[in-house]
Write a protein that binds this ligand. Structure first.
Ligand code: ATP
Length: 364
C-alpha cells in the first residue's frame, strides 16, 4: 500500500439552508502522513472529510488526491476509504467475511479474498479471530476489524471520523498506539477527525486546528502546544492563563501590556503596536511561586489568593484568584510543596514564556 497527498484549494461548503459550514480553505496533507483535524463539535470537520471522500460536493474550490482532480468523481472511484464512529460491521458475517466484503464487489476470487483478509487481520493483530462474529469481540478488536476492512480495498487515503469515541478511556489510549503503528506499517495517508486534543497530539505528524468553519493553524503537535498562533489554538490545545490589557511598549519582538494585575511582558507574536488591545497567554506550568505572601516587585509578577489545590500524582494543580481573574498553576510535586503553600502568594513567569496576541475567539 502507498499513501497519496491530498490537496484542497479554496474548498468551501455552504449547505442548502444557506449555512456556511466550511469557509474557503487551502490545505495540503502529505503522502503517508498521519494528519488530524482537531476542533470543537460543529466546527466543520466532518464536512471536510465528506468532501474529501466524495459524499459531498464542495460549494467552491478543488480537491486533488495524488495530483488527480477529484471533482465529479464519486466516492467509490476515489482512492479513499472511510471509518466512522459506528463501525457498521455486518453482525452476521464472520470477521474474515467482513474484511473481505469490499473485495467481493471488486471481483476478487474467494481464495484470494481469504488470503488477503488473513494478511490484513495479521496486520491489525487479530490472527486467529477470522471465524468469530463481530459480537464475540471486544470493542478494540471490532475497531481493528473496521480498520482491516477499510484497508482491504488498498486505499491511498484512510479517512477516520472520531473512530475511538465509543470506546472507554483505557481502550482509547491503547488504540491510539495501535492506529499509529498500523499507519506506520502501511504508509497509507491517515486523515483523522477528532475533538480530543490528547488523541490528536499523541498520534499525528501534523494537526490542523479548526474553529467555526476555518482552519486556524496547521502544525506539529509540539509546535501547536509550544507556539500556538491564534487565541483559539492557544486555548483549545492544553490549558492557558489569559490576561487582557493594552500594549504600552513594543520593542525587540516583545510587548509590554498593562493589565489589571500589573505590567506583563511577553513575545509580541502579532506585532501589536502601542495602544492596541492585547491578550497575554501563559501556560500553567510556566508560572512559578516566587514569594509566599509578598507583594509583586516587577513586571510579570502578580499576587493571588489560593482557592483550591489538587494533587494529581506527579503534579500539583493550584487554582488561584487575582481580583475576579482565575489563575491555574501547576507545579511538580517535590514533596514539601503541598505543606508550604500559603493563602496569598506572588506568582511570576518569564518574558519568553508569555505570548502577547491580538484578541480573537477562544475555546470555552
Ligand atoms: P461534530 O464533531 O459534532 O461531528 P463537526 O466539526 O464534524 O462536528 P460538521 O458535521 O462538519 O461538524 O458540521 C458543521 C456545521 O454544519 C454544524 O454547525 C452543523 O450543524 C452544520 N451542518 C452539518 N450538516 C448540515 C446539513 N446537511 N445542512 C445544514 N447544516 C449542516
Amino acid at each position: 500500500m502507498i499513501g497519496k497527498d491530498v490537496e484542497l484549494s479554496g474548498v468551501s461548503m455552504i449547505y442548502p439552508n444557506g449555512f456556511t459550514a466550511v469557509q474557503p480553505t487551502d490545505l495540503t496533507i502529505r503522502a503517508g502522513e498521519f494528519f488530524s483535524i482537531l476542533g470543537p463539535s460543529g466546527c466543520g470537520k466532518t464536512t471536510i472529510l465528506r468532501m474529501i471522500s466524495g459524499f459531498l460536493n464542495p460549494s467552491s474550490g478543488a480537491i486533488a488526491i495524488g495530483g488527480e482532480p477529484m471533482i465529479g468523481i464519486g466516492p467509490n472511484h476515489r482512492p479513499t476509504a472511510l471509518i466512522f464512529q459506528s463501525l457498521a460491521l455486518f453482525p452476521l458475517m464472520s470477521v474474515c467475511e467482513n474484511v473481505a466484503f469490499g473485495l467481493e464487489a471488486r471481483g476478487v476470487a474467494k481464495a484470494e479474498r481469504r488470503r488477503k483478509a488473513e494478511e490484513l487481520l495479521g496486520l491489525v493483530a487479530l490472527s486467529g479471530q477470522e471465524d468469530k462474529k463481530p459480537g464475540e469481540l471486544s470493542g478494540g478488536q471490532r475497531q481493528r476489524v473496521a480498520v482491516a476492512r477499510a484497508l482491504a480495498v488498498e486505499p491511498a487515503v484512510l479517512l477516520l471520523d472520531e473512530p475511538l469515541s465509543a470506546l472507554d478511556l483505557k481502550l482509547r489510549q491503547h488504540m491510539r498506539a495501535e492506529l499509529k503503528a498500523i499507519q506506520r506499517k502501511t504508509q497509507v495517508t491517515f486523515i483523522y477527525i477528532t475533538h480530543d486534543q490528547g488523541e490528536a497530539l499523541a498520534m499525528s505528524d501534523r494537526v490542523a486546528v479548526m474553529n467555526e468553519g476555518r482552519i486556524d493553524q496547521v502544525a506539529t503537535a509540539d509546535a501547536l502546544y509550544n507556539n500556538p498562533e491564534t487565541p483559539f489554538a492557544a486555548t483549545f490545545v492544553g490549558e492557558q492563563n489569559v490576561f487582557s490589557g493594552k500594549v504600552v511598549r513594543s520593542e525587540n519582538g516583545e510587548a509590554q501590556v498593562e493589565t489589571p494585575h500589573g505590567p506583563m511582558v511577553g513575545i509580541n507574536l502579532h506585532r501589536l503596536n502601542v495602544g492596541d488591545e492585547a491578550l497575554v497567554m501563559v501556560r500553567p506550568e510556566r508560572i512559578g511561586i516566587v514569594d509566599r505572601g509578598g507583594a509583586p516587585a516587577a513586571s510579570n509578577q502578580l499576587q493571588a489568593q489560593l482557592d483550591r489545590r489538587d494533587l494529581e500524582g506527579a503534579l500539583i494543580n493550584l487554582y488561584l484568584r487575582s481580583g475576579s481573574q482565575g489563575i491555574h498553576v501547576n507545579l511538580h510535586n517535590r514533596g514539601e510543596e503541598m505543606l508550604a503553600l500559603a493563602d496569598t502568594m506572588t506568582l511570576a513567569f518569564r518574558h519568553q514564556d508569555a505570548v502577547v496576541m491580538r484578541p480573537g475567539s477562544m475555546a470555552r
